[in-house]
Design a protein around this ligand. Sequence first.
Ligand code: 6R9
Length: 639
Amino acid sequence: MSFDENLQIKSFVNYKKAYQESLKNPEKFWDKVANHFIWKSKWNKTLTWDFKKPEVKWFEGGKLNITENCLDRHLEKQPNKDAIIWEPNDPNEESRHITYKQLYLKVCQFANVLKNNGIKKGDRVCIYMPMIPELTVAMLACARIGAIHSIVFAGFSSEAIASRINDATCKILITANNYYRGRKSVELKAICDQALKNTPSIETVIVYRRTVNPTPMKEGRDKFWFDELQKVPTQNEAEEMDSEDPLFILYTSGSTGKPKGMVHTTGGYLIGTAFSFQNVFQPSKNDIYWCSADIGWITGHSYIVYGPLAAGVTTVMFEGVPSYPDYNRFWEIIEKYKITQFYTAPTAIRALAKQSITHVEKHDLSSLKVLGSVGEPINEEAWHWFNDNIGKGNCPIVDTWWQTETGSIMISPLAGITATRPTFATLPLPGVQPALMNEDGKEIEFNNQKAEGILTIKAPWPAIARTVWGDHERYKNTYFSTYKGKYFTGDAAYRDASGNYRITGRVDDVIIVSGHNLGTAPIENAINEHEKVAESAIVGFPHEVKGKSLYAFVILYHEEDASEELKEEIKKQVANVIGPIAKPERIQFVPELPKTRSGKIMRRILRKIAAHKTDDLGDISTLENDDIVKKIIDKAILD
Ligand code: 6R9
């Protein structure tokens, strides 16, 4: 057997063996993994797939409930072990320790609250909450009764919530009254009320009172979390779910204005997140694992909640930000809870590396065993800073490449097993078959030589998203039409002569700012909604901390309207329509945009202008209006 009773591969030889097994006979390999879990009844077919249709089904006919695997399964052996340790935004507020038994009871009880409010298997539930344990309780309660959760990151605007609620026709919204993020108070319920003006499908709103602040409530529609709990018992029989029943929807940016609701299903997602978590992070029994992401993103879904709980590990949830009350905070948390695995994002690492090193030196970080990075390429400098100052050269860094769509980690070192290399996500996990494509759309076969190309995946893995909610055609067009029979990732990659992958960045209209995926189209649409704006184009430019930042080129109906105030109005508009994370850092008013004869904006040129790399603009002969380029360069914003 290439892995142990915890599903962990323990040597590089066994990794190679497991990888070969997973290629030779995927069904046999994943059967062995899936047998570690609780199924109410066994599957009769491990895998059916066709990337041309596209269609993927794992463990067909199998019946299970993911919460029985994340909670009930651990009750006998470790009921009193902490499932969640919660660290509040304000370090003076008390932290919370919630054992597996307590979490189980909370989830069962809240599952009854949902049922009591008319929620049934298959109904969609929108969750818009801060990073508090009740967010995890709400999502697992949905899974318990077979309702599909759709979590919207608490930093999104009311318009963003409304469009997501309407896309999935959610019946109920779960939120909190208000919370603090750093020094900032966020009025979640007020933002919801704004959204709820345009969401006819919502019948009920359940509000968790996070602070003592007054909460506007609408009679008949809005109910307090605690009042609802009083009405129901703590026993709840888990719903029997088909392996392919949807577990959740999570929205990600796309190249058109509308976000894509990626649909993840029950069986494959459980197997994929649990197996990858065990292998990438290699946790042992008493480890305290902390992922600093937000549960509103896929990283939080898979590696704060489902993966760690399926593994029976203690997972830390942090409500605040790295800079509050000061830049000691992350290191304080690591020391306080004796964190063993710390999983964060390059943007946080870069922001922390800019602060005085005394913040780090004041703290005992010797509990750390593994460091992780996710969300964007990690640059060499940040990698070394993390390795030298946080890991003290003793902690392997797992640079994990994956996506909302992949559900689980795809390319990453296994901690302590795979040799790491700065800026490389290294090797694919068992069951993952990457392929690099050249400009002619052909696969660049691996023959122990360096190569660079577009990253695709050749065959399905258990946690792949099955569709885009309500729009299977879009799923097909976005992921399975660029290269026939292959999953298109949207990323480019470099592969060294030993087969290690380095992800070099997006090749589509998605820009990653501080680890958040932002589509250019929705931001441009938001800007264009301003009455004075005729047209706009957004590109990314390199930023020391955020990785990339946004530069907007904006055409006004009347050039004389250009002003600093208008720039502020445009930024505000973007914050209102999408959220503050999507605000462009720089705005340049331009008379025209460089366009090809077929009318396409040449973003390649705008990217060079925004990055001040105008010496070599490449071929601009296909431009309809090449004289505009010089005009834009002359007025470009430099710092
Ligand atoms: C998990 C997550 C996906 C995009 C992905 C890629 C970038 C993620 C990365 C990475 C380089 C890594 N990305 N991890 N790039 N190295 N280790 O972030 O999902 O929000 O959907 O973003 O993020 O560009 O395509 P998601």
